[in-house]
Write a new protein. Structure first.
Length: 332
């Protein structure tokens, strides 16, 4: 069985350097890291988590607190993140308990790091993670967490959506994605929508945003039906996420309308499955693979420096597909 010692001997570096390189530590120069990874691959190295734990006093496990809100985007992210961490020999342990109980459980299991989500029901009370010697990373809570964070510039994503539709000539743009209960992640999107609509001199009324019970398929469906039944219906929707988008598409279809001929749709959530919806979806956001890679990289950095506080902001992109076009009345 190939060991880290074998790789170190062939690479002409120390055991410690190989260990750090295999965990993608920023403390190893990229040229050296790539050299070590190439040798490890050629030798057929497979990480032995139990042995590594005895040497490094690390468990090789990452604790993840399951989001309190079930959404397709978060489930997809967790799957991709698990795959990303496996590349570095880590396993993931999931907890569906409330965040304080989950963190205490993970502490007893001596995980190497903890990932929590900043959804509205999952904001942890401040915990002295340095005293626990377990770094805590949050996703989606950069503006209100005392811990390290990886987050997406959600406001900029929605601004990109508004600009795209405005440039196509849309005047009546509606936003679907405001839940009745306060959700700080959604509030950022709504504020950006309102600001960008005003910036382009477009109409912003009480009908431009419809408050809903939640952010699921049915909520998107009901909101779109109500808006499309109005005498002056929107020519474009911006959706707050993939679940809402699926509901919007169902409502459009049931009313005998089509996307983008009768209404254009831009969706938040830059997920691979967006291209495979019944209408390939124009999206805004950060690619799922990029988010997972950023979270994994930050977790590994925090494991090497558990007392460090780091915040990573990811910038979104606009991916144009066939769900958007000029308003039919303006089309050439």
């Amino acid at each position: 069985m190939v060991t880290i010692k074998d790789i170190a001997e062939r690479a002409g570096v120390s055991f410690s350097t190989v260990s750090k390189a295999l965990r993608d530590s920023p403390l190893v120069q990229n040229k050296t890291k790539q050299h070590i990874l190439s040798i490890a691959k050629d030798m057929g190295y497979q990480p032995n988590i139990a042995a590594r734990s005895l040497v490094s006093r690390k468990s090789g496990a990452i604790g993840i607190v399951w989001p309190s809100i079930e959404r397709a985007a978060l489930s997809s992210l967790l799957t991709r993140l698990n795959e990303e961490l496996e590349k570095y020999g880590y396993i993931t342990l999931l907890s569906i308990s409330n965040i304080e109980f989950a963190i205490e459980t993970f502490r007893r299991y001596q995980v190497d790091a903890i990932l929590a989500f900043g959804d509205r029901d999952n904001k942890p009370n401040p915990i002295d993670s340095s005293a626990m010697q377990i770094p805590i990373l949050t996703y989606g809570a950069a503006d209100y967490t005392p811990y390290s964070a990886v987050d997406v510039n959600r406001g900029q994503a929605i601004r990109l959506a508004v600009r795209h539709l405005a440039n196509l000539g849309h005047k009546e743009i509606a936003y679907i994605g405001e839940p009745k209960s306060h959700d700080p992640l959604q509030a950022v999107k709504i504020e950006a929508f309102q600001e960008e609509i005003r910036h382009h001199g477009l109409s912003l009324t009480d009908d431009s945003i419809l408050q809903m019970n939640g952010l699921e398929f049915h909520d998107g469906y009901i909101a779109a039906r109500m808006m499309l039944d109005r005498p002056l219906r929107p020519t474009a929707f911006i959706s707050g996420g993939i679940d809402l988008t699926r509901g919007i598409l169902r409502a459009v279809s049931e009313l005998g309308l089509s996307v983008p001929h009768d209404v254009s749709v831009v969706s938040y959530d830059n997920l691979p499955q967006m291209e495979n919806l019944e209408v390939p979806m124009t999206v805004v956001g950060v690619a799922l693979s990029s988010i997972a890679a950023a979270i994994a990289k930050t977790i590994l950095e925090l494991i090497d420096a558990p007392n460090m506080i780091k915040t990573v902001h990811l910038e979104p992109e606009l991916v144009i597909r066939s769900s958007t076009s000029k308003p039919f009345s303006n089309a050439e």
